[in-house]
Design a protein around this ligand. Structure first.
Ligand SMILES: [Fe+2]
Ligand SMILES: [Fe+2]
Length: 206
């Protein structure tokens, strides 16, 4: 689905002054959370591939979060920043446009994946290869997309956007609490949160 976006080669090197700010810190922190979920989804798909029963409820929770928070909130926020970056640095246009198109593609794939997991939880038998292929495409696409943002777009944002730009971007973004990791997290993600907490504690010695 997602080819590596056209690179902003050399652009970053021209701007040695990188202004870090709170929005960039939060942007990167969100990516770190998503990377954890993608790793978890991959581990569950590996079980599925090996013919072992994965935890479909967990996979469904991840897909639900991806479509209800990542697509609807995180990507919407990014697109506000993308537009301003594109204005400030027109040479970023091919990359920004590719990333914006990928948001739409990931939404379609994420929703299809959520539907497939839902069907399996409801007892429908699906072709394993179909679920695996879609899951693999989603995982690879998501990682490549975040890597491009982390390595190229976020550093570029830190160099080309002015304080006034950040103010405009922040003002345009309604604050939406992360429903899984934020304050007042939703009950629907309780099992997934517990799973992540257990994993981060590591194996316990009996
Ligand atoms: Fe994105
Ligand atoms: Fe992102």
């Amino acid at each position: 689905m997602i080819e590596a976006a056209t690179r902003i080669q050399g652009l970053f090197c021209r701007y040695p002054e990188v202004r870090m700010n709170n929005t960039i810190t939060l942007w990167r922190a969100e990516h770190a959370k998503f990377a954890k979920l993608i790793d978890l989804l991959e581990a569950q798909l590996a079980l599925f591939h090996a013919g072992e029963p994965p935890n479909y409820e967990l996979m469904l929770s991840i897909a639900f979060y991806m479509t209800h928070y990542v697509d609807a909130v995180h990507h919407a926020r990014e697109e506000i920043a993308f537009r301003r970056i594109r204005q400030r640095e027109p040479r970023s246009a091919p990359t920004i446009d590719a990333l914006t198109a990928q948001h739409a593609e990931m939404k379609v794939d994420g929703e299809a994946l959520a539907r497939e997991f839902e069907d399996v939880v409801d007892g429908t038998i699906l072709a394993r290869s179909e679920v695996e292929a879609l899951g693999r495409r989603y995982i690879d696409g998501f990682r490549a997309h975040m890597k491009c943002e982390d390595d190229e777009v976020i550093p570029l944002a830190g160099t080309v956007l002015t304080d006034q730009d950040w103010h405009t971007i922040n003002a345009a973004i309604a604050h939406v609490e992360d429903p899984m990791f934020g304050v007042g997290a939703e009950r629907r993600y309780a099992a997934l949160r517990e799973h992540i907490a257990r994993e981060s504690r590591g194996p316990t010695l009996e």
